[in-house]
Ligand binder design. Structure first.
Ligand code: AMP
Ligand code: ZN
Length: 459
């Protein structure tokens, strides 16, 4: 297994290996459960899923932890607005998230801790930081991390190059009691608008900040030092920078060795996000007739280090490509046992290597279809190794193939159009054959030519 990924911390390609030689341990920042996750959020979760699958098909067992953010400003505000308790409200959206994950064929993480259930661990970490002088309690009863006390601060995001000055630091009108504008809250003193969502602590009643939950839960389940941490690119600063500061100052050890960040899903040049009101959920796509499998295909079809612009045409293309993969799989011998790259990948070796090369899914799919073309031309050439290779790629990308649409399903008038087109082609009447091809397309059918003649496929 020679998987390499782009590591944000070193800004370079790094080999992905389990530090303990046994199990690759990684943490992904999970969803904030106050609404349905949009497909931009899912781009990040699907890429993380492909990452895990490539490791597993490559023969490296994983330990995958992903949290649920079930307390923050938004969950509190929206739960109060809906008249439900915080836990009733967040349970509802966490269930919805899990159903969407299942539809997208995401492997469930091995551990999925929630922030509210880990408040004692967060308090413990904050207390250790206060004790060591990395944090302080304000007069209002909040606790802040003292950024100045951690000279390494900014290494991940290179934020010092962007000059973290009083002017550029995130301003928070709620937090006027910080020593410095760069400091961030780990414990937030209770406010009237928090309602009953308040917990006791050594610093008075309040609730944890967002960054401390990931530090406390990652360290609890993966240990002070683990292999990789991941999230969308917007989390690099301040969230991940703050996680590093809290964790490393508390444990005295390197937090995550590698950092994997997924670039955003965009809509018309802007990040897909709730605040811009330009989002699509899986339900929105289902209403327009697109399946979760087509969505998954579209989300991985672009490289994770590049912006991906959301377009319905990508989903249409995904539909055709999944059908073609389903037909390809039918032409190949059945695969015995679990797909593992070590069992051989036949002509799909190039596709597999593309995955190992910084999760290059677009290149992988290009290779798959190149080999598909060879096999379509010469079905007898397909070997068991080819079948294993395709199975490995499908398992690693997590693509779920649809039921094959029968080519014979075409009604008589469509068959007639296709025959007329073949006739026109034989007569080299290209204008007529193009006209008939367009007429077929309008009726929802695509005609494909091959050595043996033509086949009709539903668009
Ligand atoms: P949230 O539920 O807001 O905490 O976000 C969950 C995950 O989705 C985080 O890793 C975010 O960085 C990621 N994310 C948010 N918007 C996008 C987007 N448009 N494209 C890709 N990832 C995103
Ligand atoms: Zn996090």
């Amino acid at each position: 297994m020679t998987l390499k990924i782009h590591d944000t911390l070193s800004d370079s390609l790094q080999p992905v290996e389990a530090q303990d030689g046994k199990r690759f341990r990684f943490y992904c920042c999970g969803p904030t459960v106050y609404a349905a996750a949009h497909i931009g959020n899912f781009r990040t979760f699907v890429v993380q899923d492909v990452f895990r699958r490539v490791l597993e098909v490559g023969g490296i067992p994983t330990m995958h932890v992903r949290n649920i953010t079930d307390v923050d400003d938004k969950t509190i505000r929206e739960s109060i607005r809906s008249g439900k308790s915080l836990s009733e409200f967040t349970d509802f959206w966490a269930d919805k998230f899990h159903r969407d994950c299942e539809a997208l064929n995401l492997l469930p993480p091995h551990i999925e801790p929630g922030a509210v259930a880990h408040i004692p661990e967060q308090i413990e970490m904050i207390a250790s930081l206060v004790e060591k002088g990395f944090a302080y309690r304000s007069d209002e009863g909040s606790v802040y991390f003292r950024v100045e006390s951690f000279p390494e601060y900014g290494r991940l995001s290179r934020v010092k190059e962007r000059e973290l000055t009083t002017d550029s630091a995130p301003t928070d009108a709620d937090e006027p009691d910080r020593e410095s504008m760069a400091d961030f809250a780990m414990w937030k003193a209770a406010k009237a608008e928090d309602g009953e969502n308040v917990w006791e602590s050594p610093w008075g009643p309040g609730r944890p900040g967002w960054h401390i939950e990931c530090s406390a839960m990652a360290v609890k389940y993966l240990g002070p030092s683990f292999d990789l941490h991941s999230g969308g690119i917007d989390l690099v600063f301040p969230h991940h920078e703050n996680e590093i500061a809290q964790s490393e100052c508390s444990t005295g050890q390197v937090f995550a060795r590698l950092w994997l960040h997924v670039v955003h899903l965009m809509v018309d040049g802007q990040k897909m996000s709730k605040s811009l009101d330009n989002l699509y959920t899986l339900d929105d796509l289902a209403e327009r007739g697109y399946s979760a499998a087509e969505c998954r295909y579209a989300l991985i079809a672009g490289h994770y280090r590049k912006h991906l612009n959301f377009q319905f045409s990508t989903l249409d293309a995904a539909r055709g490509n999944l059908q073609r993969l389903a037909r390809l799989q039918e032409r190949l011998p059945a695969v015995e046992g679990e797909p593992l790259a070590s069992k051989g990948t036949g002509r799909f070796q190039g596709a597999w290597e593309a995955l190992e090369d910084n999760l290059n899914v677009p290149k992988c799919l290009g290779e798959v279809f190149r080999v598909a073309g060879e096999i379509e031309k010469n079905p007898e050439s397909a070997t068991e190794a080819d079948a294993m290779g395709l199975a490995c790629v499908l398992r690693a990308t997590g693509l779920v193939l649809p039921e094959l649409e029968a080519a014979t399903e075409a009604p008589a008038e469509i068959q007639e159009l296709a025959e007329a087109r073949a006739q026109a082609r034989q007569e080299k009447n290209w204008a007529e054959s193009d006209r008939l091809r367009d007429a077929l397309a309008e009726a929802g059918w695509q005609v494909k030519d091959s050595k043996e003649g033509w086949v009709l496929e539903k668009l």
